[in-house]
Design a protein around this ligand. Structure first.
Ligand SMILES: [Zn+2]
Length: 302
């Protein structure tokens, strides 16, 4: 089990990083929302099963456990796939119902969205859901109620903040590492990894950056975080990123198409290298470890 892997790595003094997959279909990404309507989704081949199966095989091959932040919409349609993810030792967590960004909702609609998603994922996977990742890292300074809603619903952790300036998302001055957004609750936020390049924060936690930039950049960034800052990195990718055969969306903006389709064929070998080179584990285990560290630091003033 992962806890044992993690303890062995921890005994060696290695930092165990958080490995995550955001389970959504190629047509559900923010980049294509202006071209593909939500009511067209159910007519399209989502290719999720074949892509997730390939990811499960890759994780088994390198002996890594991970967290699958899954859309409720996907869970509802792929119950047996979710059971297989859980049976192979991975964590199932929530990515919301249908990829609606949090800052486009109010507190009531956000509550309804995560409740519907949680139920679908728990019904399909048979595991309790205690982790959440906002679509497109959309928890930021505009949504102070989102953490309250997650805490009140019993979530243990969120990994929904990108502490960096980006054209589609980002909360540039949020903490770069695990923090308790509401000091009176136990909820832990695990922001996606950034590295410091000439004193500036740069996104280094996966997605398009990992796929498009040379592998050496990610290696440098994660080493910096682990060895110099002594913190775990949080890395994420999507099932469609290992799928060069996915349909091409005509009519999407050129920038979106460039970002979405670049180097898909290099993704699987690159992932294999990354997972082999560093220690990786589930996000719930990491959240627990970070919560203990935050508690300890709060008791011992610097
Ligand atoms: Zn997503």
């Amino acid at each position: 089990m992962n806890a044992i892997t993690l303890d062995r790595a921890a005994e060696r003094g290695a930092i165990v990083n958080g490995l995550s997959v955001d389970v959504e279909a190629w047509f559900q990404v923010g980049a294509f929302e202006s071209v593909i309507e939500r009511d067209e989704w159910s007519c399209l081949d989502d290719r999720v099963t074949r892509n997730v199966e390939a990811i499960l095989d890759l994780f088994d091959e390198v002996g890594a456990k991970a967290t699958f932040f899954t859309l409720g919409w996907i869970a509802h349609r792929h119950a047996s796939l979710l059971r297989r993810i859980a049976a192979r030792g991975h964590e199932l967590a929530s990515h919301g119902w249908d990829h609606q960004r949090v800052f486009r909702m109010d507190r009531v609609s956000f509550g309804a969205d995560i409740e519907r998603a949680q139920k679908a994922i728990e019904d399909a996977g048979g595991q309790r859901v205690t982790g959440y990742r906002a679509p497109s890292f959309s928890i930021d300074q505009r949504t102070p109620w989102a953490f309250m809603e997650l805490a009140e619903r019993g979530y243990h952790y969120s990994s929904s903040v990108a502490p960096v300036a980006h054209d589609h998302y980002g909360w540039a001055d949020a903490p770069r590492f695990a923090f308790k957004p509401l000091p009176w609750t136990d909820l832990v936020e695990l922001p996606v990894t950034t590295a410091l390049l000439a004193g500036k924060r740069v996104a280094a936690g996966g997605g398009g950056f990992f796929r498009v930039l040379p592998y050496a950049f990610s290696r440098w960034a994660i080493r910096q975080v682990n060895r110099r800052e002594h913190r775990p990195a949080i890395f994420y990718f999507h099932p469609w990123e290992i799928d060069p055969g996915q349909p091409r969306v005509a009519g999407a903006p050129l920038k979106s198409r460039l970002r979405h389709y670049t180097k898909l064929e290099h993704m699987a070998p690159k992932l294999r290298q990354l997972i082999r080179e560093f220690e990786w584990g589930r996000m719930d285990v990491l959240a627990h470890r970070e919560a203990v560290r935050l508690e300890r630091e709060a008791r011992i003033p610097a």
